[in-house]
Ligand binder design. Structure first.
Ligand SMILES: [Zn+2]
Length: 285
């Protein structure tokens, strides 16, 4: 269970002690204020239920931020869907791998009944058929389970900013009238920043580059395991960036890599976060 205290909440040492006594743990970036008058930034006090061992849930009124960093504890997740439209398509599988201090501790995977026929084109990608999902839970149940699995950990995935986060936020809204509060890390923009020498940055391209086996790709759990390995390797790039990576120009608006593009009026720098970020600048010289 999570208690999210807001800006107006007053946190005292006594309150923290109360949470601890109840079996919870105080887990916040902010210091315990000296006096009762102090207010604090939004902070989370996590209270693990003693009976179930269940952790926090991720539903929140405020969406999490995208980070471009390496962290050693996270939950990498992936979705398979009926198609690419965040308006019309539904989730047919969700999987996740939990990593604590750099080590895999737990995996999660479930098929999902989308409540609509799975188009042939989608099945051709992931191999999931109507028959396979006939007895699977609907996504409100799967999302609840996923939220319990992930807790408030940072989420990691490939192309999740433009795709997976949108789907799960949409469904969190649809089923629970909340959004997903977890911060998240998208390995696609990370790869563009730290492996600029590669022409393409699909998950398979990155796995190929690092010599990670990619047979069985496009099922959610397999992709999560592959993505975890890719993210760990990207972590090494972040700690020790190559010459090429050091020269990458970053978008001043969103932090994504800028790429030289050619337009009607000549060359220009465009943000690789397009179309979310439409930042451009003229090429000088
Ligand atoms: Zn940008």
């Amino acid at each position: 269970m999570v208690f999210r205290l807001t800006q107006s909440s007053v946190i005292t040492a006594g309150l923290v002690l109360l949470f601890r006594t109840a079996g919870g743990e105080y887990d916040a970036g902010a210091k315990i204020p000296q006096s009762n008058q102090d207010t604090v930034r939004v902070l989370t006090v996590r209270c693990n239920s003693r009976e179930s061992g269940a952790e926090s849930i991720v539903f929140s009124d405020r969406g999490g931020k995208r980070l471009n960093t390496y962290v050693n504890s996270y939950v990498v997740f992936d979705l398979e869907t009926t198609g690419i439209s965040c308006e019309n398509d539904r989730i047919v599988e969700i999987a996740a791998v939990k990593v604590i201090d750099g080590r895999v501790t737990e995996e999660f995977s479930t098929l999902v009944n989308p409540g609509m026929p799975i188009p042939y084109r989608a099945t051709a990608v992931h191999g999931i058929t109507d028959d396979m999902v006939a007895d699977a839970p609907s996504f409100d149940i799967a999302l609840k389970e996923f939220s319990e699995f992930a807790g408030d950990r940072i989420l990691v995935g490939h192309n999740i900013h433009a795709f997976d986060m949108r789907f799960i936020r949409r469904d969190a809204q649809r089923f629970f009238s909340r959004t997903i509060g977890n911060d998240y890390i998208d390995t696609l923009p990370l790869a563009r920043l730290y492996l600029p020498q590669l022409e393409h940055h699909t998950l398979s391209d990155l796995a190929g580059y690092y010599g990670i086996p990619a047979d069985g790709a496009h099922r959610a759990l397999f992709d999560c395991r592959m993505n975890r390995q890719v993210y760990e390797r990207l972590g090494e790039e972040i700690r020790n960036p190559s010459e090429e990576a050091r020269r990458v120009r970053r978008c001043p608006k969103c932090g994504n890599a800028l790429k030289l593009r050619s337009g009607k009026y000549g060359g220009f720098w465009g943000c690789t976060g397009y179309p979310d970020c439409r930042y451009t600048e003229k090429k000088h010289g």
